[in-house]
Ligand binder design. Structure first.
Ligand SMILES: NC(=O)c1ccc[n+]([C@@H]2O[C@H](COP(=O)([O-])OP(=O)(O)OC[C@H]3O[C@@H](n4cnc5c(N)ncnc54)[C@H](O)[C@@H]3O)[C@@H](O)[C@H]2O)c1
Length: 256
């Protein structure tokens, strides 16, 4: 394979599908890709949310299509894939950013809560990797994991289990889809999004603890995760696969 000494950290001219792309980290990645010259489908279950982010993508000059998707439904993911390929002629980049988080101690966690976190955060990533892996001839898949995959977090049993699974899945899928498709994960630390909720607002006790444990002394904005996604999707990352890249401001769980 021919390589360039300074392959650009850019997605200019690429086509991308961002699942869970209408809010938070996924939306920031979708808009970051569009601002850098990619054409982008940003999708979730809500038709209105998809229309809103599509308007933002068009403002940044991207071609897009308004497609909904539910990662708990294999047919829905396959329909998304087929429609995206029909729109763009092919897909170069897939981002899996859909998420759900149950916040109960394990003794209170219901079967339904457990199943939902696993279904959205883990099985949904599997379904999307399988569907797009069958159709992409080359390119990059980026799964949004979490630093929680490797942490002992209270009241997050299903979420931590799912994210640990995403890391294992990422490495295994990278082996299956090599050499044509690279598969990596980003493991963010705390990011100020709707999923993170009011606990991360300035001044809460939880936020103060997080800031103390973070050398960067703050939480991330969603845009700060998008840069790593641009890198992983770009030709500059042409030999990077099966990696879990942590973006957590240096967060140290053991720091007091
Ligand atoms: N916010 C954080 O601090 C943080 C930290 C580490 C990892 N993450 C991970 O980053 C990802 C994005 O999180 P976020 O904070 O941006 O959350 P968010 O709630 O703001 O966005 C999640 C997106 O996923 C979509 N979604 C949820 N269920 C779906 C389904 N069944 N099918 C399709 N789309 C669905 C939502 O509509 C939304 O667009 C998640 O995987 C999350 O676990 C978040």
């Amino acid at each position: 394979m021919d390589t360039e000494p300074n392959a650009p950290v850019s997605v200019d001219g690429k086509t991308a599908v961002v699942i869970g792309g209408t809010r938070g980290i996924g939306r920031a990645i979708a808009l970051g890709f569009a601002a850098d010259g990619a054409d982008v489908v940003a999708t979730s279950r809500s038709r209105d949310a998809v229309a809103d982010v599509a308007a933002e993508l068009r403002e940044r000059g991207a071609a897009t299509a308004e497609l909904t998707c539910d990662v708990t439904d294999t047919e829905s993911i396959e329909a998304l894939r087929d429609a995206a390929i029909e729109t763009f002629g092919g897909v170069d980049v897939l981002v899996n950013s859909a998420g759900a988080v149950a916040t109960s101690a394990v003794t209170e966690l219901s079967d339904e809560e457990w199943q939902r976190d696993i279904d959205v955060c883990l099985t949904g990533v599997f379904r999307a990797c399988r569907a797009f892996g069958r159709a992409m001839s080359e390119g990059s898949i980026i799964n949004i994991s979490s630093m929680s995959a490797d942490q002992a977090r209270e009241e997050r049993a299903a979420y931590c289990a799912a994210k640990s699974g995403v890391n294992g899945l990422t490495r295994a899928v990278a082996a299956d889809l090599a050499p044509d498709i690279r598969v990596n994960a980003i493991a963010p630390g705390f990011v100020k999004t709707e999923m993170a909720g009011p606990k991360l607002d300035d001044g809460t006790a939880f936020r103060e603890t997080v800031d103390e444990r973070t050398p960067m002394e703050r939480v991330a904005t969603p845009d700060e995760i998008a840069g790593t996604a641009v890198y992983l999707a770009s030709d500059a990352a042409s030999f990077t696969t099966g990696e879990i890249i942590t973006v957590d401001g240096g967060y140290d769980d053991s720091a007091q």
